[in-house]
Structure formats: C-alpha cells, structure tokens
Design a protein around this ligand. Structure first.
Ligand SMILES: NC(=O)c1ccc[n+]([C@@H]2O[C@H](COP(=O)([O-])OP(=O)(O)OC[C@H]3O[C@@H](n4cnc5c(N)ncnc54)[C@H](OP(=O)(O)O)[C@@H]3O)[C@@H](O)[C@H]2O)c1
Length: 286
C-alpha cells in the first residue's frame, strides 16, 4: 500500500485531495496544527516516522496582499518549507509533489505561459514561491514535481467564487477588474490530476508542470458567470486594476499552457465554466 503525506490538508487543495483519495492509499493528512512546514525538525521527524512514498505539499502562505508586509513568515512557509521537504525527501528517497503558482512568471508575458518561460515575480508571494520551487528543482532533480496552478477555488475554504456568492446575494451591482486575464482552477480537477501522477499509472518525468482548467477569462468574466449560474441579477461593471489598488501587484496575463501535463498524462482538462458549474452545485447542495 502506497503511503502519502498531504500537507496543508485543511486548505482548498489539501482538503480535495484528502476527500478524493483512493482507498488503496495510506494517507497521513496534516494541517498547520499538526505539522508546521517551516519547522525543519518537524518536517524531518514526520518523514522519518511515517516514511511515505510521496509527499504532496499543499501547505503555503497564500495571503497574497498580506505577504507584502509579512515577508518573513511568507518566506519561512513558501521558501523554507519546500526546502526542508526537498532536503528530507532527498535523504530518505521520497518523491515530492510541490504546488506552486502562475505568479512566479514575468508580469509582462502575453501569450500562454509555458514551463520554460522566464520567471520574474512582481510580488512577495510570487518571489517566495519561486524561491521554494528552486530548492525543489535543485535538491530533487529526479523525484521533484512542481505543479504551477492559478486562481484556485473549491467548495471548501476562502476563494473568489465564495466571495462573489456572498456579495452577489447582498449587492445589486459590483465593479470587477477586467484587465487581469487567466484561467480558474477547480481544486477537485487539480486533485484528480495529482492522483494520476501519484498512482503512477503513467510515469512522468520530474520537473515543472502547469495545471488550470481550460479556457480563458478575466475576473470580470468569472464574476459574471458565477452570478449567471447562480441566478443572481447583480449587475457587474468592468474596471481596470488601477481603479482597484491592492498592496500586491498582480500580472495582467497569467494564462498557463497545460500541454506538457496533458501530453504526459494523456488527459483532457475540462473548461472552467463546466468545472465552475459543478462547484456551485456542490456549494448549493451543502
Ligand atoms: N489559492 C490560489 O488561488 C492559488 C493560486 C495559485 C497557486 N496556489 C498554490 O496552490 C497550493 C494550494 O493552495 P490552496 O488554495 O489550497 O491554499 P489554502 O487554501 O490557503 O491552503 C494552504 C494551507 O496551508 C496552511 N499553512 C499555512 N502556513 C503553514 C505552515 N507553516 N505549515 C503548514 N501549513 C500551513 C494554511 O493554513 P492557514 O489557512 O490556517 O494559514 C492552509 O490550510 C499552494 O501552494 C498555493 O501557493 C494557490
């Protein structure tokens, strides 16, 4: 029986992985209270004791705006955490899947981003995540897998979809930015892809991969679709990012090209609108 350690198990992705795992896997699902990934000793101890075949590191400091002023903690979690896992996995011969972000790429890119594109993050969150990725690539050249994803949401946790459902039910109109383009990721769909890698039905090479749902939209389009599917008549007005300033700057274009992972696993990824519909159903049925 394969043994899998999932970190950040109360976060969006960690929760989906925990929920969707096959029964033939022995899981150890740990949240911040059971395992602080920025504590090197704790990381080594848990890996030595549990001896997993795979670690799936979903734990991260994901408060993008807060990270601008909470640099030290963001760095500890997003850089040191994966570094400690990579060190421990390297010495104990364990495979690591580490989740990363579109925000590591250059803010000026304007065509679907491939894994070999230059990185040049514009905010602290992106910088600390990139530093973590580099440790994984350096220390686990044969057994480290980095999956960069974007705009993650699920029925569980805090995300754009849940925020829109809350405000859409209260407000007759909203202004949403239309000059940031990307593709949402339903955490459940990403979890399914991760399980394909772990279950090893198809062996893929170590390195960087991208995952999001198919299609492209702006936050404005995303909000409109959420309201339409939910039956809200909230009016949505497009605004530029400059009219909605945030502490962390965000790339205007962050559409990920998923060809590498799709080809490696032989999978098709569904369109974001279809995935959103399923997530809303899950939220509405409790
Ligand atoms: N959410 C997105 O839109 C998005 C986009 C691109 C990439 N990603 C990446 O995808 C991965 C999963 O994201 P997600 O959306 O599932 O994030 P999430 O819901 O914020 O989950 C992350 C989890 O990590 C926990 N955590 C924070 N510090 C920790 C520590 N020191 N030790 C152990 N756990 C700690 C968090 O706990 P607390 O909440 O209690 O702090 C939270 O439960 C992350 O690597 C993230 O960087 C996310």
């Amino acid at each position: 029986m394969k043994k899998i350690l999932i970190t950040g198990s109360l976060g969006q992705l960690g929760y989906e992985l925990t929920k969707t795992a096959n029964e033939n896997l022995e899981l150890l699902c740990l949240d911040k209270h059971n395992l602080d990934i920025s504590n090197r000793k704790e990381v080594f101890e848990i890996l030595k004791t549990f001896k997993p075949d795979w670690v799936i590191n979903c734990a991260a400091y994901t408060a993008v705006d807060k990270a601008e002023t909470d640099v030290k903690v963001a760095k500890m979690v997003n850089e040191k955490g994966p570094k400690y896992f990579a060190e421990a996995c390297s010495s104990l011969n364990i495979k690591l899947i580490h989740i990363s972000t579109d925000y590591v790429y250059h803010a000026g890119l304007n065509s679907p981003i491939v894994e070999t594109d230059k990185t040049n993050p514009s905010n602290i969150y992106g910088k600390t995540k990139l530093a973590g990725d580099k440790w994984v690539l350096k220390l686990l050249p044969q057994s480290g897998y980095i999956i960069r994803t974007s705009w993650v949401y699920s029925a569980h946790g805090h995300n754009f979809v849940k925020t829109m459902l809350k405000y859409g039910a209260e407000k007759p109109e909203m202004k949403i930015v239309f000059d940031q383009i990307g593709s949402p990721t339903y955490a459940k769909d990403l979890a399914d892809a991760i399980w394909l890698i772990v279950e090893n039905k198809i062996e893929i090479q170590s390195g960087i991969y991208h995952f999001s749902n198919e299609g492209v939209c702006s936050w404005f389009d995303f909000a409109k679709k959420i309201f339409q599917l939910q039956g809200f008549d909230t009016k949505v007005y497009p605004i530029r990012s400059i009219e909605y300033p945030t502490p962390a700057s965000r790339p205007s274009y962050s559409l990920l090209d998923k060809s590498k992972l799709k080809n490696a696993l032989g999978i098709k990824i569904r369109h974001w609108e279809e995935a959103l519909g399923e997530c809303l159903k899950e939220i509405n049925t409790g």
